[in-house]
Write a protein that binds this ligand. Structure first.
Ligand SMILES: C[S@@+](CC[C@H](N)C(=O)[O-])C[C@H]1O[C@@H](n2cnc3c(N)ncnc32)[C@H](O)[C@@H]1O
Length: 211
């Protein structure tokens, strides 16, 4: 994998690579942009700080992430038994930011239809982030179905301050809010698995491919 003009700081130093990281998958510390990504699409993702709407807040985030841990699932009742999942290393309060989802940023002309790690980043430009071969800890987040009764985290747009006066739009993983009734006020307790909803569409496509 070679850097191109759209990429900087994408490869982690060896010191950043987390325990249990799979051999053969590249660990990223920033998104890796496809060289086929059109310039106008790229400019909607990386833009001057002065263009960030005043309603938005810029985050900073980089490894090592002390709040989470990749672990192998060793529970016969878990539908992803034998695979990995992402777990809270400490208590994660409601609405708190967990990590950004990093991977190969691509458009619809450059898509791996078989990937189970491709997350939509910008619907207008048809941009996705595919973490099947390159990514960070977020690629290990499982779907809540048949694991627990409901998700405890979700994806939200985030804006990251990447220095040099630039902002980068990414997908971030957040703990769900406490909810009106406060039933999620606990957030995610230490040791619990972080799970999202992939959406019914993920599983319908999966069933079609399995046929
Ligand atoms: C984005 S990956 C999640 C990380 C994956 N467990 C791993 O170790 O690489 C998505 C894949 O995880 C598995 N998976 C995630 N959630 C699942 C669930 N609720 N039930 C069954 N399989 C699940 C499926 O194999 C799915 O294709």
């Amino acid at each position: 994998m070679q850097p191109n003009s759209k990429n900087s700081q994408w490869l982690g130093s060896q010191a950043d690579i987390p325990e249990d990281w799979p051999a053969g998958t590249v660990y990223l510390r920033a998104p890796y942009y496809s060289k086929k990504l059109a310039e106008d699409a790229f400019k909607t993702l990386v833009f001057p700080k002065s263009d960030l709407p005043s309603s938005e807040r810029a985050l900073t985030t980089r490894p090592p992430y002390s709040n989470i841990k990749i672990s192998k699932i060793l529970s016969p009742n878990h539908p992803a038994n034998g695979q990995h999942g992402l777990f809270a290393r400490l208590h994660l309060p409601p609405d708190s930011f967990i990590i950004s989802y990093l991977g190969y940023v691509h458009d619809q002309n450059d898509i791996d239809e078989t990937s189970d790690y491709d997350l939509s980043l910008d619907r207008d430009f048809g941009i996705g982030v595919d973490a099947s071969r390159i990514g960070n800890e977020a690629r290990f987040i499982n779907d809540y179905r048949s694991v627990v009764t409901s998700p405890n985290a979700e994806f939200r747009d985030i804006f990251v301050d990447i220095g040099d006066g630039k902002i980068e739009k990414r997908m971030g993983v957040f703990v769900l809010s406490a909810g009106k009734s406060g039933k999620r006020a606990k957030g995610i307790p230490k040791g619990c698995e972080i799970v999202v909803s992939y959406g019914k569409g993920f599983w319908t496509e999966r069933l079609k491919m399995d046929r």
